[in-house]
Unconditional design. Structure first.
Length: 205
């Protein structure tokens, strides 16, 4: 590639290669970012590198809900003021952040780590669905809110979870369709998402 041949340093080339692996970052953008880092004080670049190393080695998945955290249990699960009988099922950590920003939800979460997508080779066993079923069967859960993005894959995952939980006796609800079809939950505005949570309805297969 022309960009590869124009780089004057193998160290620069390697840095560009690694940065361009990030989603949404092409090689030209990667080169611009790397050159920007070279123009900064060395301590700033070292601080960035240290933060990334610490992130990779120090971050954990919550042992209860699979949210990201610095300790064994996330702040939401460890908070006694949260309603632990209400579990909101979401696709990823970004969805937790989006719902928390609404300040309308006071229960806890269960992060699946994705949604069922046969086209991408993602099946139920690749997600935290079995741990959700175990969590409900352990007792103490009165309602499970299915808060997955209103896409075909999200609906498929909702239905699968519903079938797994329908005999447990818990109330199974879904967020209201204030979120437009095919929109990802994390990109919904806070007011729409908050109203969708408050207006949740019983899930029907």
């Amino acid at each position: 590639m022309p960009l590869m041949n124009s780089l004057p340093s193998s160290l620069l080339e390697r840095a560009v290669d690694e940065v361009s692996r990030l989603p949404g970052i092409g090689r030209k953008t990667a080169l611009r970012l790397v050159l920007h880092l070279l123009r900064q004080d060395e301590c700033q670049t070292e601080a960035l590198a240290e933060s990334l190393v610490n992130l990779r080695s120090g971050i954990h998945y919550c042992s209860v809900c699979h949210n990201l955290c610095d300790t064994e249990m996330c702040d939401v699960c460890a908070n006694p003021k949260r309603d632990h009988s209400t579990v909101c099922v979401v696709e990823n950590v970004q969805d937790v952040m989006a719902i928390e920003n609404t300040q309308q939800y006071h229960g806890v979460y269960h992060v699946l780590g994705g949604i069922i997508s046969p086209m991408e080779g993602v099946g139920p066993s690749d997600l935290e669905i079995a741990s959700l079923v175990e969590r409900v069967q352990a007792g103490g859960v009165g309602e499970v809110i299915l808060a997955l993005s209103p896409t075909m894959e999200g609906d498929t995952t909702n239905f699968y979870i519903y079938r797994k939980l329908q005999d447990t006796g818990v109330r199974i609800t879904a967020i209201a369709r204030g979120v437009a079809h095919n929109d990802e939950l994390q990109y919904a505005d806070e007011i729409t998402l908050g109203r969708a949570l408050l207006g949740r309805v019983p899930f029907s297969a």
